[in-house]
Design a protein around this ligand. Structure first.
Ligand code: HEM
Length: 240
C-alpha cells in the first residue's frame, strides 16, 4: 500500500520558509558572508584599480570620477547605475555584518564559558583578527565617506575634484597614517576572507587548496599595496 500524503503541507516546507531556515542556520550565514564578501571584494578591487588614475594626473582621475556618474547613459538616467551600485554595496555590507554578528553570537551561545587556552598556533593571525579587523574597516569606511565623498571632515574639499581632495587630504600626515593602518587591517581581513570564502561555498578539495592560498595572498597583496601606495606617494611628494 502506498503512503497517503498529509492533507495540509507543513509551513516549514514552503520555499520562502526554507530560505529563512537556511539563513538561520550557521551554514546559511556562512554562505551569505561568502557571497556578500565576494561582491564587496570585487568592488574594493575595482575601486583600487580606478584610484590608480591618481598616478596619471588630475585630468585622468577627475575624468574617471565624471564617467562614474554618467555610466549607463543614455540608456539610463545620469547617476542611475552609480546609485544602483551604492544600494547594492549598502545591502551587501549590511548582510555581511549582520551574518558575522549573528555567527559570533551563535558561537558564544554554543560555548558560554569560552576557551581557557585558545589554540593560537593552529589559527593564523589573520583568522584571529577577523572581528576586530571588521570593526576597524567599518570605522574606516565611515570616516572615508565623510572625508572624500561628503567632505565633512576634509580641510579643503572641492566638489567634483577628487584629485585635489585625495592629494590635499593625504598631505595631513595623521590622516595618511590612519589610511595606511586601516588598509593593512583590510588586507589581513581580505586574505582570510578570500581563503575561507571557498570553504563556505564548499570548494575545499585538497588539490585545490594551494591555489586558494595563492589566490587569497595575491589579491589581498595587490589591493593592499595599491591602497597603501596612495597616501605614501602623496607624503613623499611623488603625487602632488
Ligand atoms: C587609499 C585608498 C583609497 C582612496 C585613495 C580612495 C579614494 C576615494 C575617493 C576619491 C572617493 C570619492 C569618489 C567620488 O566621489 O568621485 C571614494 C569613495 C568611496 N570609497 Fe574609497 N578610496 C580608498 C580606499 C577605499 C577602501 C579600502 C574602501 C572600502 C573598504 C573604500 C570605499 C569607498 C566608498 C564606499 C566610496 C563611495 C563611493 C560612491 O558612493 O561613489 N575606499 N574613495
Amino acid at each position: 500500500m502506498t503512503a497517503v500524503a498529509p492533507a495540509t503541507e507543513h509551513p516549514a516546507s514552503s520555499p520562502a520558509s526554507r530560505v529563512i531556515s537556511f539563513y538561520r542556520s550557521a551554514i546559511g550565514k556562512k554562505a551569505v558572508m561568502a557571497l556578500t564578501g565576494a561582491f564587496l571584494f570585487g568592488w574594493i578591487f575595482l575601486h583600487m584599480v580606478g584610484n590608480l588614475k591618481l598616478y596619471l594626473g588630475p585630468e585622468h582621475m577627475n575624468e574617471y570620477a565624471k564617467w562614474l556618474r554618467v555610466m549607463g547613459a543614455p540608456a539610463m538616467p545620469n547617476s542611475a547605475l552609480l546609485w544602483l551600485m551604492r544600494v547594492a554595496l549598502v545591502v551587501a555590507a549590511w548582510l555581511h555584518i549582520q551574518a558575522a554578528t549573528e555567527l559570533t553570537l551563535m558561537n558564544r551561545r554554543a560555548r558560554p564559558v569560552g576557551y581557557h587556552e585558545r589554540d593560537y598556533v593552529a589559527a593564523t593571525y589573520a583568522a584571529r583578527t577577523m572581528r576586530w579587523g571588521g570593526v576597524i574597516i567599518l570605522l574606516f569606511v565611515i570616516y572615508h565617506l565623510l572625508h572624500l565623498t561628503f567632505g565633512t571632515v576634509h580641510p579643503s574639499f572641492i566638489e567634483n575634484d577628487p584629485y585635489h581632495n585625495v592629494v590635499a587630504g593625504f598631505q595631513v600626515w595623521w590622516v595618511s597614517a590612519f589610511y595606511i593602518v586601516a588598509n593593512l587591517a583590510l588586507g589581513l581581513h581580505l586574505y582570510h576572507g578570500l581563503w575561507s570564502m571557498f570553504n563556505s561555498l564548499g570548494l575545499n578539495q585538497k588539490t585545490f587548496n594551494p591555489w586558494r592560498r595563492v589566490f587569497a595572498t595575491a589579491f589581498a597583496l595587490i589591493i593592499t599595496l595599491g591602497n597603501v601606495s596612495f597616501p605614501i606617494a602623496v607624503l613623499i611628494g611623488v603625487v602632488r
